[in-house]
Write a protein of this length. Structure first.
Length: 254
């Protein structure tokens, strides 16, 4: 993926990683369209960052995805990059189904069906572009589970395998598939997580991601150094220790 000169749509970019990435990409000379559910946030972003375009979209609603896709392509026919950023994370206790089932269904709808709907809505157009990219967003938790977020872990593992499969299927087209794999980053994905001093500062994360995009155009998985502890535990042979360290059960996590 070239680092500049693109037209990029990022649904789920009204805060956190999505908004920070949108601003970093816009600063590098890209046209960036930010998507989100809440109109008041979109209006605030448009006022504070007039170089960004905005569109309302709810990726949990199939009809909203179709309407937004038509709107984006009508206004930006040169669109060549889709970043499926929208996602939710919920703490769940699976001892009692009545406490987690609704949450689990919501996570899967947003984190799995949302990206599938987005890709389905844009892939035909992207195939007409001479150099196009789909960026999916999984997580270090796709490879090492956090005990308290079962559905989130599973949804991100699904995105990893979806990315791998789409890369194979679209190899005969002009569309590349990149997978962004964040570690824990200081955002509001969970309440209070933006103040978690064990998570990676948002600015550092986005700067490292931009550096990888710029210097490693051949990369198919965008991995900052911090995520490799989770990503490669099984390959290194220390998966059990990584799981224990992540979940606070390893007396010697270092």
């Amino acid at each position: 993926m070239d680092i500049t000169g693109n037209t990029i749509f990022i649904p789920g970019a009204t805060s956190g990683i999505g908004l920070a990435l949108a601003l970093a990409l816009q600063e590098r000379g890209n046209t960036v369209i930010v998507g989100g559910r809440r109109v008041e946030l979109l209006e605030k972003i448009a006022a504070e960052h007039p170089a960004l375009d905005t569109v309302r979209i709810d990726t949990a609603d199939a009809g909203s995805v179709q309407v937004a896709a038509k709107d984006v392509l009508a206004r930006h026919p040169g669109l060549n990059v889709l970043v499926t950023m929208a996602g939710v994370m919920r703490v769940e206790d699976w001892h009692q189904p009545e406490t987690f089932l609704e949450s689990a269904e919501s996570v899967v709808t947003t984190n799995v069906l949302g990206p599938i709907r987005l890709i389905a809505a844009f892939v035909e157009h992207l195939r007409t572009r001479p150099d196009a990219t789909i960026v999916t967003v999984s997580s270090g938790l796709a490879f090492t589970p956090l005990k308290v977020t079962p559905s989130y872990n599973a949804s991100k593992a699904a995105i990893h395998m979806l990315s791998e499969s789409l890369r194979l299927q679209l190899a005969d087209t002009s569309v590349s598939v990149l997978e962004l794999e964040p570690p824990a980053v200081q955002t509001d994905l969970l309440p209070g997580h933006a103040e978690n001093d064990q998570a990676m500062p948002l600015g550092e994360f986005v700067a490292e991601v931009m550096g990888i995009l710029e210097t490693r155009p051949e990369a198919t998985e965008i991995q900052v150094e911090r995520v490799k502890f989770l990503r490669y535990g099984e390959a290194r042979g220390d998966y059990d220790q990584v799981v224990a360290a992540l979940n606070g059960t390893d007396p010697h996590p270092g």
